[in-house]
Write a protein that binds this ligand. Structure first.
Ligand code: NAD
Ligand code: GLY
Length: 367
């Protein structure tokens, strides 16, 4: 495809393409045509994205003679609830879907996660396409088929694996993204370097400023490289029996902070991941597994780009954070973390001593 890069997630019968490029929303009808069994699609989006990007997508389908039915959700993490999922399913059912109907998720990770879960449940599972509009969704959440809503007890605790049939990463969408959201998404870009590719982390150190300033080439490279890394990992381990867990670097800390903060605006998911990655490296040093210089380099980079290296002010309770970490989805009785032997060399660690985690939390909460 001219001007766009196409990657493939190799999953046998569930394999699919990821297109990374400009103007892809305008071409959605043409690109989705092979997936369409009827001349209509259901577009699930949020109110902010609808205002900024739905017209381009809908024009793209109209150009291919495909009608769109748009469903708008409230923006933000607080939309990822069981109640909101029920309302979404109800609205989709009112449109009388058939087994071969197609849902298109247009938005960030929130829209992708809830629309994907709705698609997995509707009529016992219908197809969906991811059209991610945040950096975070383009480099992470739109690829790999994890769908979920949050529960009072923790993040993403109710969900399903349901792979999209296609992912359209339209880089033009990033132009309207607020700087704070771009930066939050950038944490997931740096994650790929930290977990398995020291060379890519070095590229991040050298190019993050350009990327965050909106440089098109830097953004295209970051999205394509991130999708390539994620596609490789998901292709090898779709259900997280092994290496896919490495994608959760920083997430045990991040999810605990996000849950304790109540999924509000105080700490965005990507910001929590940035903080969590610093803490995961600190914990690796604390356990004697990682050179202190590597943890310092991670923290230095986070600080240089403006990601939080400590949680925002506000009555954090270390005991509650620890309890939340113990019920993380990765946990098997004891505490499970993704730790690192160094930059680019992460691994899964079960039964991590709670005392060491307590010391890391005490240090960051006192800072
Ligand atoms: P989000 O979907 O809430 O989007 C962030 C904000 O940006 C929203 O207010 C949205 O309306 C707005 N927005 C989206 N696109 C825009 C654009 N182009 N221009 C202007 N504004 C825009 O958040 P997110 O950071 O994209 O995703 C976070 C979610 O993703 C979390 O719920 C997290 O759990 C989930 N996630 C899932 C996976 C997975 O594998 N399924 C992986 C990582 C994260
Ligand atoms: N973001 C973690 C995963 O997709 O596995």
């Amino acid at each position: 495809m001219s001007g766009a890069e196409s990657l493939r997630v190799e999953l046998g019968a569930r394999a699919y393409d990821i297109h990374v490029g400009r103007g892809l929303l305008e071409r959605a009808g043409e690109l989705c045509a092979p997936l369409l069994a009827e001349r209509r699609v259901f577009v699930v989006t949020d109110a902010t994205v609808a205002r900024l990007h739905a017209a381009r997508l809908e024009a793209g389908f109209a150009a291919a003679g495909v009608a769109t039915h748009r469903i708008e959700l409230p923006p933000g993490e607080s939309t990822k609830t069981w109640d909101e999922l029920g309302r979404l399913l109800d609205r989709l059912l009112d449109l009388r879907p058939e087994r071969r109907s197609l849902v298109v998720a247009l938005g960030g990770g929130v829209v992708g996660d809830i629309a994907g879960l709705a698609a997995s449940l509707l009529l016992r599972g219908i197809d969906f396409v991811q059209a991610p509009t945040t950096l975070l969704a383009q480099v992470d959440s739109a690829v790999g088929g994890k769908t979920a809503v949050d529960a009072r007890q923790g993040k993403n605790l109710v969900g399903a694996f349901h792979q999209p049939r296609l992912v359209l990463c339209d880089l033009d969408a990033l132009a309207t993204l607020p700087g704070r959201e771009l930066l939050a998404g950038y944490a997931e870009v740096a994650k790929y370097g930290l977990l398995g590719d020291a060379g890519f982390f070095a590229w991040c150190e050298g190019n993050a400023a350009r990327l965050l300033a909106g440089d098109p080439a830097a953004q295209a490279h970051a999205v394509a490289e991130s999708c390539r890394a994620k596609a490789r990992i998901v292709g090898a381990d779709e259900r997280e029996a092994g290496q896919r867990a490495l994608l959760n670097l920083g997430h045990t800390f991040a999810h605990a902070f996000e849950t304790a903060a109540g999924y509000g605006d105080a700490l965005l998911h990507g910001e929590a991941v940035g903080l969590g990655m610093c803490l995961a490296f600190d914990l690796s040093v604390e356990l004697g597994l990682c050179p202190p210089a590597d943890a310092a380099r991670v923290r230095r980079h986070a600080a240089a780009v403006g990601l939080p290296t400590r949680p925002p002010q506000g009555g954090w309770d270390a005991g509650r954070l620890l309890a939340l970490m113990a019920q993380d989805k990765k946990a098997r009785g004891g505490l499970t973390f993704i730790l690192a032997r160094g930059i680019g060399d992460a691994f899964v660690a079960h039964d991590v001593p709670a005392d060491a985690v307590r010391r890391i939390l005490a240090a960051v909460l006192a800072a």
